[in-house]
Design a binder for this molecule. Structure first.
Ligand code: ATP
Length: 614
């Protein structure tokens, strides 16, 4: 069984609709009580029949009819109580479900953005959909089931004890033994560990399954065999192994419990016969024994239900732990009073940062003493070898994570004191991977500024060089992306993202490899859009193509988490250090791409390229 603290998490959620659930439980108890009444009625009828077995004519039909009517009414009463209880528990469950999902999504929106980079989409989807859905199962079905599965055996056993305590005592032996076996298994460390592993295996399979389906185009294009998709394959194999382990672990206690609880009457019969032989009032004892034989199978049903509820509950408890883990994720600390910067220079003051490893909780240092000022209205470029920490610097400005040492300020105001909303109003960004929503093109652009007029939307699309291709689509700006075969190329998506950023018109702009996916034609158009976008703004740009940032007022060369060189393009070339090496590599790459025969043209192209941005 799950530990008390794990159950208390579920009960805490259920307590949100305490009133309704109390009513549901009361009706569940009523239903249980009503379900006992037919047994009493049967007892009374059998008693009447046996008492007059010698002279059937003297049987009091009124008594039979009376108890028959009582049994019928109790049966109706049980159904009505079950219906009302079920309605109450379902209303409570769906309300709780709604609130839980809203709170969960709200919380997820408040955790640092970096959280989303480490949590697999499949895992998140499973928690928000499946785990939350299971809470509904618990509240709407299992809670009333538990109440009736506990109450019915207690009431029935109470009644049986009242009839004949010795026979009733016999029943306690198999029931007690069955529950003891269950507790041994699920109370044990190995049982709980197996169930935890099972839940993780299901989640792993879900998460890798989603990734597998997402990566299907790559699998097809590169002809990778399904076998080589090892993570998913391993997750499925792991799930199979753990399922078999659980089955192996459960088979004995489950089977024994099932056998013991389903054959209660086999314990009653021999003891009953033994007791009957020494009984002075044979007939009344025989009636009691018959009633025991009628009632005991009915005792098995709720007890077996309790077993199934128990195993279902373990799954729900594990799911709830995942939900609680999300709620335990610290949210971005918002200032009590958000400060509004009046200037838009960015300053990183002795910033050091390390990523935390989720499993080992160790910290991996990534940035060391980053110190620079990006002047307002100027372009600051981050360049350097892959993995040096450029994206991390840009992401820290957006508070993907909070820095461990140092301060980041905008116009002298620490970003922590600005509040997320103000920070997002101040900083706009175009990432390498553009995410467009399953919505119209207009809505995707308008996300940048929901109150903008249609003219403004079109104007920013024109500036970003995407108006032309949008107009050619079947429904123009009303075309839904991803519907009716409308998909955009990487370059087109980039231009929509630029239009979105243009519409937002935030004073600070972060660009991460904005032209990464574009072909020459597209790149030219993106560059044209960018020239407009960056005008008058404080720009922090990450670019691998050095020609695009040659005109930047400041270039920071980041290597292994440190700024190793800084200055203008000319300053840095003069240093003859890492930047100069990168610049030479950039030029030769451009020349090499075009072939030796076109070297002179290529050099011209590189130089021409340099003047594209700004
Ligand atoms: N979410 C993360 N969790 C843990 N480590 C990370 C995370 N993101 C990046 N890193 C690590 O931080 C280091 C710096 O990565 P970052 O992406 O900032 O470098 P970069 O200079 O932008 O690289 P590139 O030019 O290839 O994009 C790398 O070692 C990377 O593995």
């Amino acid at each position: 069984m799950s530990s008390k603290s794990e159950m208390s998490g579920l009960l805490r959620i259920a307590a949100e609709k305490k009133g309704l659930l109390t009513v549901a439980s009361i009706f569940s108890i009523f239903s249980s009580l009503f379900q006992i009444v037919p047994f009493v009625a049967v007892y009374k009828i059998v008693e009447e029949l046996l008492n007059h077995a010698q002279s059937p004519g003297s049987i009091d039909k009124e008594i039979i009819l009376y108890w028959g009517a009582i049994a019928f009414m109790a049966w109706i009463g049980a159904l009505v109580a079950l219906y009302i209880g079920g309605m109450c528990s379902h209303i409570a469950a769906f309300n709780i479900l709604y609130q839980l999902r809203v709170r969960l999504v709200d919380h997820v929106a408040k955790v640092p953005m970096g959280y989303h980079t480490k949590t697999a989409t499949g895992e998140m989807k499973k928690i928000i959909e499946v785990s939350v859905e299971k809470i509904e199962k618990f509240i709407a079905h299992q809670l009333p089931d538990i109440v009736s599965a506990v109450m019915i055996p207690i009431l029935l056993l109470g009644y049986l004890f009242w009839l004949d305590w010795r026979l009733a005592l016999v029943l306690l032996l198999p029931i007690g033994l069955g529950f003891w076996l269950q507790t041994c298994l699920f109370g044990s460390e190995s049982g709980q560990k197996a169930y935890r592993e099972f839940q993780y295996a299901v989640e792993e399979m879900n998460a890798t399954g989603v990734e597998y389906v997402r990566g299907m185009p790559a699998v097809k294009i590169f002809g990778i065999k399904a076998d080589s998709f090892l993570t998913f394959k391993q997750a499925v194999a792991n799930y199979r192994d753990i399922s078999l382990k659980i089955t192996d672990l459960c088979k004995t206690p489950y089977s024994l419990f099932f056998v013991l609880v389903s054959s209660l009457f086999t314990f009653v019969v021999p003891i009953g016969i033994l007791l009957a032989s020494g009984h002075s009032e044979n007939q009344s004892f025989a009636i009691t024994l018959i009633l025991f034989l009628i009632i005991t199978p009915s005792l098995s049903v709720p007890l077996l239900k309790l077993m199934y509820v128990g195993s279902g509950l373990r799954e729900i408890v594990e799911g709830n732990k995942r939900i609680e883990a999300i709620f335990a994720e610290a949210i971005v600390k918002e200032p009590e009073l958000s400060q509004v910067p009046t200037a838009y220079d960015i300053a990183f003051q002795h910033v050091s940062f390390a990523y935390e490893n989720e499993e080992s909780k160790d910290f991996k240092p990534v940035l060391k003493d980053i110190h620079f000022v990006a002047n307002a209205g100027e372009m600051t470029a981050l360049v350097g070898p892959s993995g040096g920490g450029k994206s991390t610097i840009a992401n820290l400005l957006l508070r993907f994570w909070d820095v461990q040492e140092g301060t980041i300020t905008i116009g002298g105001v620490p970003i922590r004191d600005m509040g997320t909303e103000k920070l997002m109003d101040t900083v706009s960004f175009v990432f390498q991977d553009v995410h467009l929503f399953y919505d119209t093109i207009e809505a995707n652009i308008r996300m940048g500024n929901t109150t903008a007029s249609n003219e403004d939307v079109i104007a920013s699309a024109k500036t970003a060089c995407c108006h032309e291709f949008i107009e050619k689509l079947a429904h123009g700006y009303d075309t839904k992306i991803g519907e009716g075969g409308t998909y955009l190329s990487g370059g087109e998506a980039q231009r929509i993202a630029i239009a979105r950023a243009l519409l937002r018109n935030a004073p600070i702009l972060v660009l991460d490899e904005a032209t990464a996916y574009a072909d020459a034609e597209n790149e030219k158009k993106i560059q044209q859009g960018l020239v407009e976008l960056v005008k008058g703004k404080t720009v922090l740009i990450i670019a691998h193509r050095l020609s695009t940032i040659r005109a930047a007022e400041q270039i920071l060369v980041v290597k292994q988490g440190e700024i190793v060189e800084r200055g203008t393009h000319e300053d840095l070339r003069g240093l003859k250090g890492l930047y100069e090496q990168m610049w030479q590599a950039h030029i030769s790459a451009a020349v090499w791409k075009l072939g030796a025969d076109h070297q002179s043209n290529a050099s011209k192209e590189v130089k021409g390229d340099e003047s594209i941005l700004l």
